[in-house]
Every structure is written in structure tokens, then in C-alpha cells.
Design a protein around this ligand. Structure first.
Ligand code: ASP
Length: 325
């Protein structure tokens, strides 16, 4: 007799950074917890209904993209030029198919575009105008770029400009926040991601982001880079990352964690720790990941003060967190 299937498992994140209890009002904290719970439940419902890991990932990410609380879709941060340019990617652990887009400005749900690239094109990654043309042809919802303009994000860019910070991780803006919990604290939004294991034993991962506030023209972070911000393989694990993309790209974070499992037989938690708490820390890279393996083990690891996160396994209570334990 084969081993009993582990059942489904699902995890999401809403970004990592300098997220301190002292900087988050009770109201804001409650709003984040509620949205994380809602997105987790949406993905879990797909899996509990016998749906695929890919569908669970897209349903939770779409929901977070539509919320201004997170730095993805509506709520995306502004570039140095005052625009919203979004990146997203998705990977199917069963087939190793993947889709990614970067620098899109008018597609309501970039994660759905990444999925369309994976399923309806011969390519893995499309960028800018070409990605937008493909989105329209694929029948995805196109919106006026104004749709992504939120006043709080705009103020966040002005702050970064004033203080000449260069590109800033949205959650690190607390450092720039002279107004406390109800001022710029409103800008503690984050990149979003999801990883799933379905009842068939298939893994999937996806990530969606507006990138970093005040990012330079054409800058692309790790989120749409397969192997850096997103990776999934049924032979090892599924990973979605959040943090300072320039470091995550150079450390090939998502693939490295899976490779440590695949080639060095390390357990998920140990592999994730090695990359996030050792290698990235040595390089000076802030951030974290959510990950799960085909046995349903879940690892949520971050080297920052906090990471918006939630996870659930079949038959168990969900776990939702913001700060370090
Ligand atoms: N990783 C994203 C980027 O560098 C930012 C984030 O995670 O918030 O574009």
C-alpha cells in the first residue's frame, strides 16, 4: 500500500519588511488580518472542492491584487516617474510550465496575465507593451492606468522623493514615516504570493507586485523571474518570495530552496532557512518566502521584522501572522 496522501496545503503572503506592531494601528492590523483570512479561504475553498493548485494560487492572488492593502494590482506602488508598473509570475509544479509578465500598466490582474502567458502562448515571459497587447487579445480585463492610482501610494512616492531614498521596499517606509500609525503607515502594503499543494499531489506557486516605490525606469525585480521570486516543481517544493528583488535575483532564492531539497535532500524548513536566514543575510538582502513541499510541509521564513502571511493544511486550523513570533 502506498503512503496516505497528505491532503491539500496552502499558504499566502502579503509582503515582508519593517512591519512593527508599534507602527500598525489596531484598525489597520484588523484590515490586514481580515483580508489575509479572506484570501486564504478563497484558495482553500478551491482545494477543498478538489480544484487544482494553480486555481487556488490564482484565486487568492486575484483577491489580494484587487485590494488596495497590498502592493499588487490596485494598490501597486509608484515608479520614480510616477507610474504603476506591475510584474507577476506563476509556475505549475506538475509540468514545469511557467508564465511571467513585467512592466504592465493597464491589466487589472497581472497574475491572470502571467497564467495566460503560460497557458496560451509559446513563451514564458512577456514585458511592457507586448504583454499588454497579448492581454487584450487573450480577453483579459484592461483598465485605465488611473485605476491603479491610490492617493496613499502617491504620497509615499513624494516622501521617498523628498528623502532621496532611491527605491524603497514598501514596508520599509515606516522608517520614513513622521506621522505614526495613521499617517504614512497607510502605506504598509506588500507584494503578494501564494503556494499550493492540491489533492492530486501537484504544486504551484505565484507572485504579483508593483515592485519598489521610486524604482527607476524599466526596473524589474525578482517577482516575475522564475527561479528568483517564484518556483514550483513536484519533485521538490513551491516557493513565492517577497523582499529586495535585486538580492533575490542574485541569490536565485526560490529555485535554490527547491534545489537544496532536490539535490541535497534537505528538509524544506532547513533549505529555506539556509537561503533566507544565512545566504541572503550575508548578502544584505531583506525579505522572506512562503513555501510548501509535496508532503504538505509548510515553511514561512523571513529575515525582516514581519511578513503578512497565512497558511492552512487540510483538516487543520488556519494560521495567520504579521510580526515575528
Ligand atoms: N520583491 C519585490 C520587488 O523587488 C518587492 C516586494 O517584495 O515587495 O519588486
Amino acid at each position: 500500500m502506498g503512503e496516505r496522501a497528505p491532503g491539500y496545503a496552502f499558504a499566502i503572503h502579503g509582503g515582508a519588511g519593517t512591519i512593527l506592531k508599534a507602527n500598525l494601528s489596531d484598525k489597520k492590523e484588523a484590515a490586514y488580518l481580515a483580508k489575509l483570512a479572506e484570501a486564504l479561504a478563497a484558495g482553500e475553498a478551491v482545494l477543498a472542492g478538489g480544484g487544482t493548485a494553480l486555481d487556488a494560487v490564482t484565486s487568492a492572488i486575484t483577491l489580494m491584487e484587487d485590494s488596495p492593502l497590498f502592493n499588487a494590482g490596485k494598490g501597486a506602488v509608484f515608479t520614480a516617474e510616477g507610474k504603476n508598473e506591475m510584474d507577476a509570475s506563476i509556475m505549475d509544479g506538475a509540468t514545469l510550465n511557467a508564465g511571467a509578465v513585467s512592466g504592465v500598466t493597464n491589466v487589472r490582474n497581472p497574475i491572470l496575465l502571467a497564467r495566460a502567458v503560460m497557458e496560451q502562448s509559446r513563451h514564458v515571459m512577456l514585458q511592457g507593451k507586448g504583454a499588454e497587447t497579448f492581454a487584450a487579445e487573450a480577453g483579459l480585463e484592461i483598465v485605465d492606468p488611473e485605476y491603479f492610482h491610490t492617493e496613499r501610494r502617491w504620497q509615499q512616492l513624494q516622501k521617498a522623493r523628498e528623502q532621496k531614498t532611491g527605491a524603497v521596499l514598501d514596508h520599509d517606509l515606516e522608517f520614513l514615516d513622521p506621522e505614526g500609525p495613521d499617517g504614512l503607515d497607510d502605506h504598509k502594503f506588500g507584494t503578494v504570493g501564494a503556494v499550493a499543494l492540491d489533492r492530486e499531489g501537484n504544486l504551484a506557486a505565484g507572485t504579483s507586485t508593483g515592485g519598489m516605490t521610486n524604482k527607476a525606469w524599466g526596473r524589474v525585480g525578482d517577482s516575475p523571474i522564475i527561479g528568483a521570486g517564484t518556483y514550483a516543481s513536484n519533485t521538490s517544493c513551491a516557493v513565492s518570495a517577497t523582499g529586495a528583488g535585486e538580492y533575490f535575483i542574485r541569490a536565485t532564492v526560490a529555485r535554490s530552496i527547491c534545489a537544496l531539497m532536490e539535490y541535497a535532500n534537505l528538509p524544506l524548513e532547513v533549505a529555506a532557512d539556509k537561503i533566507i536566514m544565512q545566504q541572503l543575510v550575508q548578502m544584505g538582502g531583506n525579505g522572506g518566502i512562503i513555501s510548501l513541499d509535496r508532503d504538505g510541509n509548510i515553511a514561512l521564513v523571513f529575515n525582516t521584522e514581519g511578513m503578512y502571511r497565512a497558511a492552512v493544511k487540510e483538516g487543520e486550523e488556519p494560521v495567520i501572522g504579521i510580526y515575528k513570533e
